[in-house]
Design a protein around this ligand. Structure first.
Ligand code: ADP
Ligand code: MG
Length: 478
């Protein structure tokens, strides 16, 4: 490539190709034409020579005088030459004739066929022996046929040059027309490189092949733009997450620092005051620890680290979680309804317990004391469902998706139940992340009344659930 920089552009290659093909075609046509004409004229001269020879032999007078030769013999001339090389008579076209030596005449006569001799100019001659050592010599100059061929060569040359010029002009025009969409495409690419990500290649009017290329390019651009936007969104999300996390961590730290200053300044001299301050410091430290744990868990889930994949009975997990919730809040009626049958899932026991724990903790945190609630485990097709339904204030439809966002807390004045402490707003986002890591989903089910949260997990295939880990092909027999 680098060796032939002039062939680097498509346009010049197209031009070179058209030129080469046209030139080869025209040259071949010219060569065939010229050689064809040449051999036709040669044949014709030989034919005329033979006619003149035959006619002269036939009409030769008894003492060797020649009649005029027929018109078909063209511009041949005929001569009778004696053994000494003297011309006795001649006929035909008035012209200088070649006069080869007698020894040559004898040789030509022996050969029989016409031969070419040069004497000032080229001639085709044929010689026959006559009685008495004489020779009959027929000749025709080939100059006129050479002139015709020369003329044809000139004409072919002129035609070739004109045709090449036309081909170049046509190729330039066509390449401009054909390559225009490519120019447009490269202009588009440049605009995109300059940051206009939503710009697309114009497809209307482009030839099919270019349109196909343009279409794939547009598809690719769409993907690039999508992934770019997605990355932008992810970056924004991360930035917001870090800012929110910092903000959340700052609140308990400020409180702890406040109490520490009070203690240092000796402002808390009553033992109960000091006790109270220390208890609050402890509370805040607890809050911070659990917040950091939650953040670490989310970070780990974000990294997509593999979770445990153990066969679990969902009904058992839910039963344990409900028992824990009842123990934490004995005055609340918490009903558990388990659809008969197995509820196998594959997953991480600890994480799935955390999902159930978070959902049940939200009932304690966001519904008034004594509010009744219900937990259901059921099967729907190839999914296992866990529904957590309470009779509390519920979640407004416009917040149904937002509650799964990180650090999102709904209007606290309306929902939050006094004495439960302030949640971090990470509980449901952890639920969503864990469930997603199990190829499941979590959502708020729209309905009148309290909150209804549903977790969907893919049911473990029964074969996988109960299969012996040491199954061999043998056990499939029969
Ligand atoms: N059972 C529920 N009843 C009413 N609102 C709820 C319930 N569960 C969750 N929410 C709302 O969803 C928000 C997000 O929940 P969550 O992510 O667990 O954060 P947190 O509990 O720390 O506030 C809560 O602030 C609350 O407004
Ligand atoms: Mg919560």
């Amino acid at each position: 490539m680098a060796k032939r920089p002039w062939l680097r552009s498509l346009r010049s290659r197209l031009l070179a190709g058209v030129l080469a093909v046209t030139a080869i075609g025209l040259a071949a046509a010219a060569i065939v034409g010229v050689t064809g004409l040449q051999s036709f004229l040669d044949q014709r001269i030989d034919q005329q020579v033979k006619i003149a020879m035959a006619d002269s032999k036939r009409t030769l007078g008894p003492d060797g005088q020649l009649m005029s030769i027929p018109a078909e013999a063209g511009s041949c001339s005929v001569a009778v030459i004696d053994a000494a090389g003297n011309q006795l008579s001649h006929a035909g076209a008035v012209q200088t004739m070649p006069t080869p030596p007698v020894t040559d005449l004898a040789r030509y006569a022996a050969g029989g066929a016409p031969v070419t001799v040069t004497a000032g100019q080229d001639y085709r001659i044929q010689v026959a022996t006559l009685p008495g050592g004489r020779f009959l010599l027929v000749s025709e100059a080939t100059a006129w046929s050479d002139a015709v061929v020369y003329r044809l060569v000139l004409i072919e040359l002129a035609v070739t040059l004109i045709a090449l010029a036309l081909a170049v002009a046509l190729a330039v025009g066509v390449s401009r027309f054909v390559l225009k969409p490519l120019d447009t495409m490269s202009a588009t690419a440049t605009r995109i490189a300059d940051g206009e990500l939503s710009h697309r290649v114009e497809l209307a009017g482009a030839p099919t092949e270019v349109a196909v290329l343009g279409q794939s390019m547009n598809q690719m651009l769409g993907r690039i733009e999508d992934s770019f936007t997605q990355r932008q969104l992810a970056e924004d999300r991360l930035r917001r997450f870090v800012a929110d996390a910092g903000h959340e961590l700052r609140t308990p730290l400020t409180a702890i620092m406040g109490y520490a200053q009070l203690v240092r300044k000796g402002a808390l001299n009553e033992p109960e005051q000091l006790d109270d301050a220390m208890r609050r410091v402890e509370d805040e430290t607890h809050r911070m620890t659990s917040l950091v744990d939650e953040l670490l868990l989310l970070a780990r889930l974000d990294q997509g680290r593999p979770l445990d994949r153990v066969e679990l009975e969902l009904a058992e997990l839910v039963t344990v979680a409900v028992q824990n919730a009842r123990a934490a809040d004995p005055h609340r009626s918490l009903t558990l309804i388990i659809e008969p049958g197995a509820h196998p899932v594959v997953g991480d026991e600890h994480r799935l317990s955390q999902v159930l724990g978070n959902l049940l903790a939200n009932i304690r945190a966001h519904t008034p004391a004594g509010t009744t609630a219900e937990v259901r485990v059921s099967r729907a097709g190839s999914d296992e469902l866990v529904d957590v339904i309470d009779q509390g204030p519920g979640i407004p439809p416009e917040q149904a998706d937002k509650v799964f966002e990180r650090f999102y807390r709904a209007d606290t004045a309306r929902h939050r139940v006094a004495g439960t402490g302030e949640g971090s707003g990470l509980g449901l986002s952890i639920v969503a992340a864990i469930v997603a890591a199990h190829q499941g989903s979590a959502a708020v089910v729209p309905h009148r009344g309290g909150a209804w949260l549903r977790v969907v997990l893919p049911a473990a295939p029964v074969a996988e659930f109960s299969a012996d880990s040491e199954v061999t092909p043998m056990s499939f027999r029969g």
